[in-house]
Design a protein around this ligand. Structure first.
Ligand code: SF4
Length: 64
């Protein structure tokens, strides 16, 4: 599973980070700091919860 993040559309409300701070790091201004990642084995559920928590829907879950 992969996560793709449309960083430019992030509004910086940190909902993703609140669920999974290790997967969704923020920059110093509170916006998401990465454009995506390969979800580590065993962290699929928490990655999905973090993605669903984004009210702007900028976090896309790509099932492989
Ligand atoms: S929840 Fe969405 S809008 Fe909020 S910081 Fe995370 S990616 Fe950005």
């Amino acid at each position: 599973m992969k996560i793709r993040i449309d960083k430019a559309r992030c509004v910086g409300n940190a909902r993703c980070w609140a669920i999974a701070p290790d997967l969704y790091p923020l920059d110093d201004d509170g916006y998401i700091s990465i454009e995506g990642f390969d979800v580590p084995e065993g962290l699929e559920a928490i990655a999905k919860r973090g993605a669903r928590a984004c009210p702007e829907r900028v976090i896309e879950v790509i099932e492989e």
